[in-house]
Write a protein that binds this ligand. Sequence first.
Ligand code: F6R
Length: 605
Amino acid sequence: MCGIVAGVTQRNIVPMLLDGLKRLEYRGYDSCGVAVLQQGAPRRVRTLARVRALETDVTAEALDGSTGVAHTRWATHGVPAIDNAHPIFSRDEIAVVHNGIIENYEELRESLREQGYVFNSQTDTEVIAHLIHSHYCGDLLAAVHNTTRVLRGAYAIAVICRDEPRRVIGARQGSPLVVGLGDDSAFLASDTFALANCARRFIYLEDGDIADIVHGEVRIIDPDGHEVARDIRAVAKHEDDAELGAYRHYMQKEIFEQPLAVARTAGHVHSLDTEPFGNAAPEMLTGIERVLMLGCGTSHYAALTARGWFERLAGVTAHAEISSEFRYRDHVKERGTLVVPISQSGETADTLAALRYAQSMGEALTLTICNVAASAMVRQSRWAFITQAGPEIGVASTKAFTTQLAALFLLALTIGRRRGRISDDEAVVYLRQLAGLPDALRSVLAREPQIMAWAEELHGKENALFLGRGLHFPIALEGALKLKEISYIHAEGYPAGELKHGPLALVTDAMPVMVTAPNDVLLDKLKSNVQEVCARGGQLYVIADADTQFTSSPGMRVIQMPAYYGPLSPVLHVIAFQLLAYHVACLRGTDVDKPRNLAKSVTVE
Ligand code: F6R
């Protein structure tokens, strides 16, 4: 998704802007650019290539100035093209970078054309630049304020102006924007991570806020034009989690970090005396009869997996809703509902909107499970459980998923105990399994060579089916999602019992069928489904628990997992599918960490 870095410093700001853009690369983008005020005018360099290429161009153009804006663009309005890349100018006087979507841009564009403005891009951003220009009478803050009054939609913007060389203005509505405070400088960014090398203290702007940065001084203005105080939060230096180290890709590194990430997330809960949800637990969990989980993509699959845990361990009704669907449905409120948004980033526009919609319908008990403590969802929600995955840079989610599962398992367990659904003895056994999960995950990671051999066979295919049942059906969905998003092989996940209701028609000896086979109560049913594939000549690749008696035979390859790991078994099996997708993608030569068309944090609807 798009990224913003901007600021005013005492020296040449270009290296800081480029460093920020590099840090934002993980979010996915298709063009990037930077503009500074230099010799009385904004000057910019833009490229459809990577930030590294932008750096070379910037050096060649000798871009140098202490006030600037920079951007990585993920195309929404207008194709990826130089003319559409940000910063967008108005008459060589105003430069704007923008995240989000302006919904009324067409009507605004018409009225600006009538005023004589010429449009050089297909972007909605250009209306913002021209509007600011049309309102400008010597005060950039006033011009931005008047502009935001007529914009509809979601945006975060940073703006500089030829006539005010030591000033940058930021504004947000719906899309994230933070102010970073340095020693003698101040910055704006869509993500604190972008400013890791230049700021330790941050102001998280609220919707409607405008930040006015002049030299190193910052003022925040609310939508009525009044100056407001906002908390300044210290953020510890981001650890070296963001360094690739010995790994070839971030995705590979993050797959291998999972034992540690899961241990950090749930490892502190050793005994029944530890309350994983802290002081909030009694108020939050007493009287819960229903859990309503909201999420997108992989986070939705975490919810689908956990649905089974809530039903089995806690005896409560559980719904796993796709955020973009839920937010437009007619929600029926029921007493005792705990709303649980699940998100790696905490900024996903649909999940944030779904949470707000649930709140607007009277749902007061909200608990966000999230990997980013200062995110919009965490701030919007009444309670939060922060997963400890560390920064996830690869676009394809891996360690965020397994840590979400660890958190959701703890939640199901905690509600189950409160409701008397599981005894203390049973709870101790489950906690022991949770504590042993990191080692179990390591033993799955040790199967990487076998999975690489499968990848050799599979990387030439164009289709694949993934099958699972019960708690492992969402793992089939997640396996298919991982494969399609990074290798571009078309893959579908199905509940194995659904095969004969349609997808079996696709099964020939050219169709690889991946199966996740735990030794659970559905094993015999799953074996029958596997036979249906065998009988049609399908090529089976089975991830099977050691105690399932699945063995390799003609048409069926088997990787033996450890013995059945109880209800936490999905967490083990997904690792094998993550590794498979990763190695297939490597063999196909795709851009594993930044798959085409995708973005890390989807902050537009
Ligand atoms: C897939 C993937 C996406 C995200 C989805 C939600 O690998 O990463 O499907 O899971 O965009 O993102 P968050 O969890 O940040 O809300």
